[in-house]
Ligand binder design. Sequence first.
Ligand code: FMN
Length: 379
Amino acid sequence: MQTGGGQGAGLGLYGCLRPVLFRLAPETAHGLAINGLKLLQLFGRAGAAAGPAIATDAVLHQNLWGLDFPNPIGLAAGFDKDAEVWQALLQLGFGFAEVGSVTPLPQAGNPRPRLFRLTEADAVLNRLGFNNQGVAAMARRLLASGRGNPARHGRLGINLGKNKATEDAAADYEIGIRALARFADYLVINVSSPNTPGLRALQGRAPLQELLGRTAQALAALDLPQRPPLLLKIAPDLTADDIEDIAAVAQLAQSSGQLDGLIVSNTTITRPAAIDRHWAQEAGGLSGKPLFTLSTEILRQVYRLTGGKLPIIGVGGIASGADAYAKIRAGASLVQLYSAMIYQGPLLARRLNRDLKALLIRDGFATVAAAVGADHRRV
Ligand SMILES: Cc1cc2nc3c(=O)[nH]c(=O)nc-3n(C[C@H](O)[C@H](O)[C@H](O)COP(=O)(O)O)c2cc1C
């Protein structure tokens, strides 16, 4: 696998582009990437009109929540916060893209600098604080993109957050659901970003129970041809008791039709040993390679505690087909990544799918679904 400290061999054109991008401030480089993808989207339209936007593969394909996922590699929330380039991301080979986090009102986020590359560790640190254009702008954009006709495109997740100043958090998620549910293949209640004060406290047993009750009610009250599945995204910084509480609440919510899955995990506020001590002083959530072990262990525990009955999207530190495979074996039905794309470029999803497929076939799995939770079945 290509590492951040390396010179970019094996990355194709991105090997030349990356040193240029890395000389820019991370948010400037991100803006350029978004603009590049907008161009791809514009020119990709003609191709998309000619046939299905995404190819399916018998090994990588999966049906989950009644939805077809052409492959299990998704783009995690935070890259396309305002749903500007998700179609281009699907064209690049992602099986699904999650946009957001989006809050009811537009918000500027925290003061800059707030996004850092930890190149020597293949990691990213961010304290963006839900900078986004708000739900109305996203709804307008999705409507204009023809999202009213979902069969046309690949899978789209919409990740909902709360505004910094809102005290009744559930009310903000209700607003997000009402504004955006009709555009979503799945919805995410994000209670795990470390950069919004008080947000992660919603993961406690009582607040979580109340939140899931209210969000499910808001969704049920809508007149939709199909109710999108509702997922909860959790943090990796949880004690064994916290995890047991979340698993118990989630199972209960699943049995009463309030919750359909979990996303494990968001960024960590811990600073694993591999990280230079300098970064211990900087506030924010750490993602990328140093998050892999922690987030995979939480995923493994959640899968075990929920008996493998609640679908999980595994995210945190995935940078190779082997990493994706490890998450799947630990219990993930689907996986996502963000940080590794910064280090390995836009063709990463295709590479990961190719390598994942080879690993599945090597180990005798006819489909991705057959490998989900395989570690738990080992004698
Ligand atoms: C710059 C940046 C912004 C992010 N913004 C969000 C966000 O708005 N909502 C969210 O749920 N997760 C957000 N995340 C977390 C990612 O979705 C993902 O959970 C995390 O980065 C771990 O995956 P990775 O190691 O592959 O990056 C963000 C991550 C990064 C690096």
